[in-house]
Every structure is written in structure tokens, then in C-alpha cells.
Design a protein around this ligand. Structure first.
Ligand code: HEC
Ligand code: HEC
Ligand code: HEC
Length: 432
């Protein structure tokens, strides 16, 4: 009897595994001879270039100091490192032998030319929404780049997570296939913005929290999420900034990297701005239209003047009258640039009382900015902020964080600031 049960269990398990592999199986698509660059019309290539910007392909597919699109950039998945691949048209180490059908399958299904399932570190869950025409333009752009010989280092995912066939289970749970479908009742501009944001722009990949298996939480869409030690703030009505993100504010921020009512784009968000820079104004405006509708900022417009006055009053709390360590650090290291006694924020210096980095639920972005500063090419064009990683101790930074949080905002104190500082220092030990 027992023997029979064991045999049944073993057979069922084998059928299950066999079924999984059958489900996971995808054919290899035939390799092609690399097409000549002249095979692609110039205007298609030009459009592909814009779209590659909007998908930040270069950010992930370029290793530090490596050649653009040659891959080898490591993404920490929480389970191990996954390296991006070479997407130049090199026939041996890149995608030179990929047909357009193979490229489209990677974008729409997350499957490589040889039939292997790709990991969602490659945001195919979003790229699946990209239209066939736009995939065609991207293919034309990538097949006309300079081929580079480069092989990515092997991934460090542990067994059994390294088994690509198992990705089919993840896809069943978290992958909604299908290109973007225009939403009825919304304007053409709104739909254009939604198409770009949900597809190539994959905004929710960073701004939506993930579950334990790495899937985006549909019940918390755009609720804000920690990402590489930073905070990608909520883009829905729960955004922590004192002033609502209006359509004009969003447009200014996404187009120029700075909004006078909120602050500047640093960390990975500055790479997003640099990618979006390839898009025409109308497309960036469309993205702003989409998020201004999602976050309901119009409903808060009536209170904006009051909120601004309150924040500017907090900004002017005289640090001299607070005899504490954090206030002293602020006075000696920050006030010369950030103190503003006026009634309106200044375009050239972010107003800390208005910033999500100080008002947000976790101190990650604030700590990273204080440690490493903000480079010339990040945030406001031409402006930069020096880093204080060398001149301020962990205790100084923790006291400064507590002081600004307590004086510049109406929010409760942050938790675990010392641990966040230690983590940020470990992450970028070379921070100047
Ligand atoms: C967030 C990081 C990220 C972004 C952004 C990104 N990729 Fe990738 N991509 C990856 C990673 C990581 C892999 C490897 C996945 C794997 O090994 O399973 C990959 C794999 C690929 C592959 C499969 C190549 C192969 O040899 O198997 C293609 C094609 C590709 N990406 C194209 C693009 C294009 C086109 C864009 C821009 C529209 C883009 N990627 C943007 C991370 C990214
Ligand atoms: C690779 C991750 C990533 C992606 C993709 C991304 N963001 Fe962000 N975003 C961030 C981070 C991190 C911040 C915080 C930056 C800072 O503190 O300077 C941020 C900040 C923002 C802010 C400012 C919010 C505030 O309250 O200060 C807006 C608005 C924003 N992102 C919009 C977008 C839009 C729209 C997209 C898609 C087109 C997008 N983001 C894609 C990581 C990302
Ligand atoms: C030399 C002038 C200068 C000093 C000193 C300075 N900052 Fe800045 N800070 C700036 C500028 C300019 C920016 C915008 C940088 C950019 O866009 O590239 C900025 C940006 C920021 C931001 C991002 C805010 C947002 O959401 O946009 C924070 C946070 C910040 N500073 C905090 C501090 C703190 C805390 C100190 C003191 C330890 C400090 N800064 C010292 C000039 C300065």
C-alpha cells in the first residue's frame, strides 16, 4: 500500500515537472545573417533612437566604463546578480543573428532567441506593452549600432533560481501579456502618456513596491518603493511632498530634471530624465498629463497656496535658536546654500521643506544625497551639490536628518537612520 502511494507521488511529481518543462518550452528561432545597416530606413532608425532613450536601454546595458549597449552591467535582484547582455549587433556575442521576430519575442514575451526565458530584471513585463511598430523601430536602431565583442559575466543566482524554465511559473503569476490598449473615455494625450509610462518608461518598475517574489504589487500601484537604497516616492495621491504634483510641475521635472515646487531628480531618476530627453516635448507633456490625472493633484489645487505658505514658514525656522547638534551641522554645512528667507522657493536651490527627500517615509534618498552630493549632469542642468561623505560623520548626518525632519516637515521622525547611513556608505564606499 505504502509502496503504491510512494510510486503515485513520484509519478505525479514527475508529471508535474514534465508539465512545467512542457509549459516552459519555447522554440529556438533560426539565426539570420546580420542585415546590412542600409537595410533600415533612416527615419525608422531615428525613431528607434528616441524610443531607446524612453526605455533607458543604455542605462542597464552599459557596464561602468564599458562600451554603450555592450552589456555586463550587474543588477542586484535580492537573490543574486543578473548581468545585462550585449545588445549590439555583434554576430557572436550580441544580437547580430537575431531576426526581428526574435527581438520582438524578447520584448513581448521575455524569451531569448534560443528559447530561454529571460529574467524580469529585463523589464519585459513593461516592454510587452510596446506596439509592434515601435518594436520594429527599436530593432532598426539596435541593428544599425556599431557591433562590439563582449560577453557578460555569468549570473550569480543560486540553484534552483538559476533554472530559466522556472521563470514560466513567475510569468504565470505576475506577467500580463499583451500590447497597451487605449483606455476609452480618456484623451488621446492621456493614452499616449499611459502608453509611454506603462510600456517603455516602466515607471512603476521603481515606483511600485514588490512582493517577496519580486512581482509588482497591483494593490499598491505607484505607492512608492525603496530602490537600491533610495526612495522612489509615491506617484499616486499618497505622494509625500507638501505641494501637489501638478501637470506643469511634472512636465518641468521630467523635461529639465527640476521642479521649483519640489526639487531635483537625483540617483537613478536622473538617468530616467536623461533618457526621456530623447523624446519630443509633446511626449513628455503626455506623461505629465497621465500622472497628474492619476495623482488627483487638481483636487488639491485649492489648498496649494496655503501649503506653500506653511512649508516656507517651516523652512525659515531659525536654526540658531535650536541649540542642538543637527542644527549646528545644518548651519555650518548646508545653510549657506539652502537657507531662504523669502516667501517663495528659489529656482536655483531646492527648498528642503518642499522636498520628498525630507518629507518621504524613508531617509534613503536624503542620506545618499548628503553623502555623495548631486553631480553636474544630474538634477538641474549645470547645478551641482557637493558630497559630505568625507567631512561629516555618521553621527553628524543622523543628527542633521533628525533636525531637518523635525524642523522642516510635519512628519514623524524617521526610523533606523544609523542603519540606513551605514548601508549607504557600504553601497558607495568611494562617495566623495
Ligand atoms: C532595468 C534594466 C534593463 C533595461 C532598462 C533594459 N534591459 Fe534589456 N536586459 C536587461 C537584463 C538584466 C537582461 C538579461 C536578462 C537575462 O539574462 O535573463 C536583458 C536582456 C535583454 C535582451 C535579451 C538579449 C539576450 O542576449 O538574451 C534584449 C533583446 C534586451 N534586453 C533589449 C533591451 C532594450 C531594447 C531595452 C530598451 C528598450 C532594454 N533591453 C532595457 C536589463 C535591462
Ligand atoms: C530606475 C528607477 C526609476 C524609474 C524607472 C523611474 N523612477 Fe522616478 N524616481 C526614482 C527615484 C529613485 C526617485 C527619487 C529621486 C530623488 O530623490 O532625487 C524618483 C523620483 C521621481 C519623481 C519625484 C517625486 C517626488 O515626490 O519627489 C517623479 C515625479 C518621478 N520619479 C516620476 C517618474 C516617472 C514619470 C517615471 C517613468 C517615466 C519614473 N519616475 C521612472 C526612480 C525611478
Ligand atoms: C554649495 C551649495 C550647497 C551646499 C553647501 C549644500 N547643498 Fe544641497 N543642493 C544644492 C544644489 C545646487 C542642489 C541641486 C543640485 C542639482 O540639481 O544638481 C541641492 C540639492 C539638495 C537636495 C535634494 C533636494 C531635492 O529634493 O531636490 C538635498 C536633500 C540637499 N541638497 C540637502 C543638503 C544638505 C542636508 C546639505 C548640508 C549637509 C546641503 N544640501 C548642502 C546646493 C548645496
Amino acid at each position: 500500500m505504502l509502496k503504491r502511494i510512494v510510486i503515485t507521488v513520484v509519478v505525479l511529481a514527475l508529471v508535474g515537472i514534465g508539465g512545467l518543462f512542457a509549459l516552459a518550452w519555447r522554440p529556438s528561432l533560426a539565426p539570420i545573417d546580420p542585415p546590412a545597416a542600409s537595410a533600415f530606413p533612416q527615419d525608422l532608425v531615428a525613431r528607434g533612437k528616441q524610443l531607446a532613450g524612453a526605455g533607458y536601454c543604455a542605462t542597464c546595458h552599459t557596464a561602468k566604463g564599458g562600451q554603450v549597449y555592450a552589456g555586463g552591467f550587474g543588477l542586484e535582484s535580492g537573490f543574486g546578480t543578473i548581468y545585462s547582455t550585449n545588445i549590439t549587433p555583434d554576430p557572436d556575442t550580441g544580437i547580430g543573428r537575431w531576426s526581428e521576430a526574435a527581438f520582438a519575442r524578447a520584448m513581448h514575451d521575455g524569451v531569448a532567441r534560443d528559447g530561454a526565458h529571460l529574467f524580469p530584471a529585463f523589464p519585459y513585463t513593461h516592454f510587452a506593452k510596446v506596439s509592434d511598430d515601435d518594436v520594429k523601430a527599436l530593432y532598426a536602431y539596435f541593428m544599425t549600432r556599431q557591433p562590439v565583442k563582449a560577453v557578460a559575466p555569468p549570473n550569480t543566482l543560486p540553484f534552483p533560481l538559476s533554472i530559466r524554465a522556472l521563470q514560466v511559473g513567475w510569468k504565470l503569476l505576475f506577467f500580463d501579456k499583451g500590447v497597451y490598449q487605449a483606455q476609452a473615455g480618456k484623451s488621446e494625450e492621456w493614452n499616449r502618456g499611459a502608453y509611454l509610462a506603462e510600456g517603455l518608461g516602466h515607471c512603476s518598475a521603481c515606483h511600485t513596491p514588490r512582493n517577496g517574489l519580486g512581482g509588482e504589487r497591483k494593490d499598491a500601484l505607484y505607492a512608492g518603493a525603496p530602490i537600491e537604497g533610495w526612495l522612489a516616492p509615491a506617484l499616486n495621491a499618497s505622494n509625500p511632498a507638501p505641494l501637489p504634483w501638478t501637470q506643469d510641475d511634472l512636465y518641468a521635472y521630467l523635461r529639465s530634471g527640476a521642479s521649483v515646487h519640489h526639487g531635483v531628480a537625483a540617483g537613478s531618476m536622473s538617468e530616467v530624465i536623461q533618457g526621456l530627453a530623447k523624446l519630443p516635448d509633446a511626449d513628455v507633456r503626455a506623461i505629465a498629463v497621465y500622472f497628474a490625472d492619476r495623482n488627483g493633484s487638481a483636487a488639491q489645487a485649492a489648498n496649494a497656496d496655503q501649503a506653500l505658505a506653511r512649508a516656507m514658514a517651516l523652512a525659515q525656522r531659525d536654526p540658531g535658536v535650536v541649540p542642538e547638534h543637527g542644527a549646528q551641522v545644518y548651519l555650518s554645512a548646508c545653510a549657506s546654500c539652502h537657507y531662504n528667507g523669502g516667501a517663495a522657493p528659489l529656482p536655483a536651490r531646492p527648498e528642503l521643506a518642499l522636498s520628498s527627500t525630507v518629507n518621504g517615509p524613508d531617509p534613503g534618498s536624503f542620506i545618499h544625497i548628503v553623502l555623495g552630493g548631486i553631480g553636474q549632469n544630474d538634477g538641474m542642468p549645470g547645478a551641482y551639490m557637493p558630497g559630505f561623505g568625507k567631512s561629516l560623520s555618521d553621527e553628524d548626518i543622523a543628527a542633521l536628518a533628525a533636525y531637518l525632519r523635525g524642523s522642516r516637515t510635519m512628519q514623524p521622525p524617521w526610523n533606523d537612520v544609523p542603519a540606513a547611513i551605514a548601508g549607504a556608505r557600504k553601497q558607495s564606499p568611494a562617495a566623495p
